[in-house]
Design a binder for this molecule. Structure first.
Ligand SMILES: Nc1ncnc2c1ncn2[C@@H]1O[C@H](COP(=O)(O)OP(=O)(O)OP(=O)(O)O)[C@@H](O)[C@H]1O
Ligand SMILES: [Mg+2]
Length: 367
């Protein structure tokens, strides 16, 4: 799995029982080398010679996927022949279900060649072809691994935040709520040179600005859309942030974009943006939730977690408390989607994505 944050790759090796319940055998992660990270980020927007650049970046990505795969195999003492398939999400560079497409850069044929393992990839496009959002695809997996004795919410804080609402004896619902880390990472990099705000400490020394937060929330119609909905860097990108900050006066004739003394306040406001949009989703769709279980890199942002706990009426804790590490949930979900593909199980979820029906997701590249 490599998600919108563009931080790197998370891999798990898992064994599934006939009911699709996973046992985690090994895990590994690797950060993107800066050059590949920069190129993947650049490919999120149109630019010169992008077909060739996309193909080359996809090959590099497959090379890195193969290295992480070798690492989990080494840890578990497992050979490629013992592995039935690799689920490889690819790197999303466009996500426009409204226009009928979603693009995950990937090189599954090369990955099969490099690893000697069959590859299942391109999980989202069939759901989009069936009129769905193609995202989030994880709620059905969450429903399987996090049994719901009462209403509970699973919150994944990746680049984008997505929630799953689980109720006893009811199918899961879920949707993207908006940015989780993507804007905070961008702003932190611009002001501190660091890829992300470790533990949220830099932003925690600023003050969230209520007027700036309101300007961000009110001026963005996407937030008010009803589910099903999904989003990505197509909307929440540098331009989006700069438009909001350029339009906001902080005094002395300066805007929020140019006032360096205001930078930590912007970061604190972006944290509030994540928390507010999640809280509104929980209030609207899951006011009866007893707890919110958080996974994804944002679970390690102490300030963000504390802010969530202050804002939400229910208990907030990480998926660690349920025996699944915060960094493993997404990768396990795509291993499960690969398993479901091989079993011929339609893992598409029309109630979540708005597709016309359940579809078998992904395509197969035999070893
Ligand atoms: N110690 C930490 N403190 C603050 N933020 C952190 C920390 N560790 C990770 N993060 C944040 O988590 C992000 C990575 O999270 P994650 O890998 O879950 O997102 P992703 O790759 O976008 O995944 P997906 O799209 O699948 O949800 C980093 O970019 C960073 O913002
Ligand atoms: Mg990641």
């Amino acid at each position: 799995m490599s998600g919108t944050s563009l931080d790197g790759i998370d891999a798990v090796l898992a064994r599934f029982d006939p009911a699709g319940r996973p046992t985690l055998l090994a895990r590994a992660a690797t950060a993107f080398p800066p050059a590949l990270q920069a190129e993947l980020l650049a490919l999120n927007q149109s630019g010169p010679d992008e077909l060739e650049r996309a193909a080359l970046a996809a090959n590099s990505l497959a090379g890195l996927y193969a290295q992480v795969v070798q690492e989990v195999l080494r840890q578990a003492g497992v050979t490629p022949k013992q592995v039935s398939a690799l689920g490889a999400h690819g790197q999303t560079v466009r996500h426009r279900p409204d226009r009928g497409f979603t693009v995950q850069l990937n090189a599954p044929a090369l990955l099969a060649e490099l690893t000697g393992i069959s590859v299942i990839a391109d999980f989202r496009s069939r759901d989009v072809a069936a009129g769905g959002q193609g995202a989030p695809l994880v709620p059905i997996f969450h429903a399987g691994i996090f049994p719901a004795p009462h209403t509970r919410v699973i919150l994944n804080l990746g680049g984008i935040a997505n929630i799953t609402i689980l109720r006893p004896n009811q199918p899961p619902i879920g949707f993207d709520t908006g940015p989780a880390n993507v804007l905070m990472d961008m702003w932190c990099t611009r002001h501190t040179g660091r890829a992300f705000d470790q533990d949220g400490a830099w932003g925690a020394s600023g003050q969230a600005d209520a007027a700036l937060l309101a300007a961000m929330l009110d001026a963005e119609p996407w937030f008010a859309l009803p589910a099903p909905k999904s989003t990505g860097r197509d909307l929440f990108n540098r331009d989006w942030l700069e438009r909001k900050l350029n339009a906001f006066q902080t005094g002395d004739g300066q805007t929020a974009a140019e006032n360096d003394a205001f930078a930590q306040n912007v970061q604190a406001t972006l944290r509030r943006l994540t928390v507010e949009t999640v809280a509104r989703a929980v209030q609207t769709y899951a006011a009866d939730a007893k707890e919110v279980l958080v996974c994804g890199g944002g679970a390690r942002n102490t300030a963000l977690m504390a802010d969530l706990q202050r804002t939400l009426a229910c208990d907030v804790r990480t998926t660690d408390s349920e025996g699944i590490g915060t960094q493993d949930v997404e990768a396990l979900a795509f291993a499960w989607l690969a398993w479901a593909h091989q079993q011929g199980i339609p893992a598409g979820n029309p109630a979540v994505t708005g597709a016309r029906g359940m579809r078998i997701l992904g395509a197969y590249w035999p070893a």
